[in-house]
Structure formats: structure tokens, C-alpha cells
Write a protein that binds this ligand. Structure first.
Ligand code: IMP
Length: 192
């Protein structure tokens, strides 16, 4: 049975997001995110054509980006997840990174692409790169949706970057403040 036209248009409407804080401004609207994710998908497909790369998403912040990115990657690939913790619920990195849950895949000899939501100080990514390098993947690259270059404390090299952003705390599209606002379809700056 087909869906009536009126219902289709209702489904495609963007819902009004209910916030318990003020959104200072939208930094990257949903349509710009979608367009850039499609471009990244093309770049990643071109880079790995002929291989079956493993896209590693870092929970929880990276999950929204991964689910959109994997549908923009047109070559066959695998996905897996791991969870790290460095922020104790606030807006400042604690600097101490812990592996909360590991990959289910053996990455030895694989082409691995880390898919991150944001690289801020770089401490989380440096820890993750060290953890994965010792498992001897064939290649190890990094794709991040957002890059806060001016907040960097350690040098990490990024292979695919969605957007360079200023040193402000952002939420939405997977990124949280105290576990909230991951559901917003845009990247925004809260009035905290
Ligand atoms: P880094 O170790 O400082 O590079 O931070 C990496 C992690 O901190 C990211 O994967 C995010 O989970 C979190 N993070 C850093 N900046 C922000 C932000 O502006 N909003 C939300 N989370 C952030």
C-alpha cells in the first residue's frame, strides 16, 4: 500500500527541536553537513577503491556522522565501534583517555579509517592512534567531521576533514553537552 502524498510531506518536514537551553547560533546547518558528508564519501571511496576498509566509529559522538558517512561511501566496507572516555560531562577535556569498550574486529592487515566527530586538543585521537597502531593495520587514517585546530595540544595528522571550526564548544549531529543535544540535525553553539 502506498503512503498518501500528505503523509509523505509530513514525514519529510524537519521537526521543531525542543531545547532546555538557548542556542546562541547555528554554526553549520543540516544541508551544509549533508553536502560535505557526500563529498567526504566520494573522497573516501576514491582513496580505498579495490580494498574493503574498516570504518571505526568512536562512540557516542561519532555515531550520527558514521551512519550518514557510510551511506555516502559507495564502495564495499565494514564498520565497527569502540568507546573512549575523556570528558567528565563538561566542556573541558580531562586529558585522561580510557578505552571503555573495544572493537570486535581484528584489524591486523586491514585498511582502517577512524571516523571521529571532532578533534579538539588531539589527546583522544593520539591515544586511539597508539592503541590501533600496535595492532598492525595495513593502513591507518583519520576522518573527522570537525577540526578545532586552534585548541590543539598535541600534533595529530588528519586525512579527511569536514569543517575547520573556531575554538567554541559545539553540540548537535552526535555531539553532546552532558549527554544531551546529540539529536539536533545541525552543529550549534549553546549559550552556557
Ligand atoms: P580531544 O581529546 O580534546 O581532541 O577531544 C575529543 C573528544 O572530546 C571528542 O571526540 C568529543 O567527544 C569531545 N569534544 C571535544 N570538543 C567538543 C565540543 O565542542 N563539543 C562536544 N564534544 C566535544
Amino acid at each position: 500500500m502506498s503512503t498518501p502524498r500528505s503523509q509523505v510531506s509530513q514525514l519529510s518536514e524537519i521537526p521543531e527541536y525542543e531545547l532546555d537551553v538557548t542556542m546562541r547560533r547555528v554554526l553549520i546547518p543540516a544541508d551544509e553537513l549533508a553536502a560535505r558528508v557526500r563529498e567526504l564519501g566520494r573522497e573516501i571511496s576514491d582513496t580505498y577503491r579495490g580494498s574493503v576498509p574498516l570504518l571505526v566509529s568512536v562512540l557516542k559522538g561519532g555515531v550520527v556522522f558514521l551512519t550518514d558517512l557510510m551511506r555516502a561511501v559507495t564502495i564495499p566496507h565494514h564498520i565497527d565501534f569502540l568507546q573512549l572516555s575523556s570528558y567528565a560531562g563538561g566542556t573541558m577535556s580531562s586529558g585522561t583517555v580510557r578505552l571503555l569498550s573495544d572493537l570486535g574486529t581484528n584489524i591486523g592487515g586491514r585498511d582502517v579509517l577512524i571516523v571521529e566527530d571532532i578533534v579538539d586538543t588531539g589527546l583522544t585521537l593520539r591515544y586511539l592512534l597508539k592503541q590501533l597502531e600496535i595492532r598492525q593495520p595495513r593502513s591507518l587514517r583519520v576522518c573527522t567531521l570537525l577540526n578545532k585546530q586552534s585548541a590543539r595540544q598535541v600534533d595529530v595528522s588528519l586525512d579527511f576533514v569536514g569543517f575547520d571550526i573556531p575554538n567554541e564548544f559545539v553540540v548537535g549531529y552526535g555531539l553532546d553537552y552532558e549527554e544531551k543535544y546529540r539529536n539536533l540535525p545541525y552543529i550549534g553553539v549553546l549559550d552556557l
